[in-house]
Ligand binder design. Sequence first.
Ligand code: GDP
Ligand code: IMO
Ligand code: MG
Length: 428
Amino acid sequence: MPAVVVVGAQWGDEGKGKATDQLGSRVDYVVKFNGGNNAGHTVVVGDEKYALHLLPSGILSPGCTPVIGNGVVVDLEVLFEEIDGLNARGVDTSRLLVSASAHIIPPYNRTLDKVTERFLGKRQIGTTGRGIGPTYADKMNRVGIRVQDLFDSSILRQKVEGALAQKNQMLVKVFNRRAVDVDEITDELLSYAERVRPMVADSALVLNQALDDGRTVVFEAGQATMLDVDHGTYPFVTSSSATAAGACTGSGVGPTRIDRVVGVIKAYTTRVGEGPFPTELDDDMGERLRQVGGEYGTTTGRPRRTGWYDAVVARYATRINGLTDLVLTKLDVLTGLEKVPVCVAYDVDGVRHDEMPIDQSAFHHARPVYAELDGWSEDISGARTFEDLPVNAQRYVLALEEMSGTRISSIGVGPDREATIVRHDLLD
Ligand code: GDP
Ligand code: IMO
Ligand code: MG
């Protein structure tokens, strides 16, 4: 019975939610290990569409225990909004566990996220404004507030006071904002304590025991490889470890216990926010991919930037995550194109790069070197086996597989749970 890590192989929104959900009833635990409500994972079940931000996709599978790991940053207001929203639609959320060591996003960090972006001006990151960066910075700076702090009001007050001693100076003197009141923040956080208490667990212990008992555990990443704070297109990244190694630090499960690492990857590429994107299309074709693919952010509603598949990124993601499998999504969106370009290398100021350039400036100058593959016009949304695909679609998949260096185990041909071709069982 495996421990499977699911990560994004591009810049996010590859369809991780659908991929995790699909493993469904055979999974005992789904753990979110990084990020917070900057994520937006869409899961479509029949006529119902769910947009999950903070909760792991396992919440939609009865019998599966969803876990918010220690690596996640939790906005308590959003947590309960999301729980209430699902309960109102008849989804049982009572199994949810929250790590006692997860950090809380205090309201002042949402403010700081937004004003910092404004101050960056042209150099802004295009964050989701959810307070993610400032909260991870507090964690590293050792002035963060953790879920367990909610259960000792005097400790909580001390910690809020300590954090605000610095933050209020920043808010008032640098950003020209109002100072925040220690008691107000402490009382607001304490108001969630009793509701969250029954969910709080030593999630690392629970997960290790589950693996000892032969249970199946899926570790579901937020964001993606190219947004990882170490391995992504820094500084245009999120502030957490979104790659496979983050599953270990963010959950308290050691690397020797992981059996499989699955990278979810679109048949083309998208990105939300600022930062380099070599295969980006600023033309009608880019708009076509956006419209046909429904490429608007699940969290902020922003139009996603779109472009062709980038095999250099795919190889990089394979290497950084140690991928064992790829889940290729949204192949259906490419139907109707005569030719489908795929980026096989970069040209950086006249020099060919088959792998990611080592410095950021070179990546900013990278121009894609394309191979043109033949397209297909047949509707593929009903395909359920590889052989159901038109031969050019089969060739496209096989070409990506070869360029990326990882087997493509599943192919998405539509948003619904059922709209998938399984070539290799990810839980085997
Ligand atoms: P995540 O953040 O990685 O979970 O991805 P998002 O949910 O933000 O974005 C992926 C979008 O693509 C969602 O709207 C999904 O419903 C949709 N989707 C996932 N797989 C497929 C697929 O194979 N085909 C199509 N057409 N849509 C898909
Ligand atoms: P899922 O899990 C796509 C992007 C933001 C911004 C940068 C930093 O749905 O794939 P942050 O608010 O995290 O400090 O913003 O990261 N970003 C995402 N882009 N999908 C996501 O999550 C993202 N989460 C953050 O747009 O460019
Ligand atoms: Mg998303």
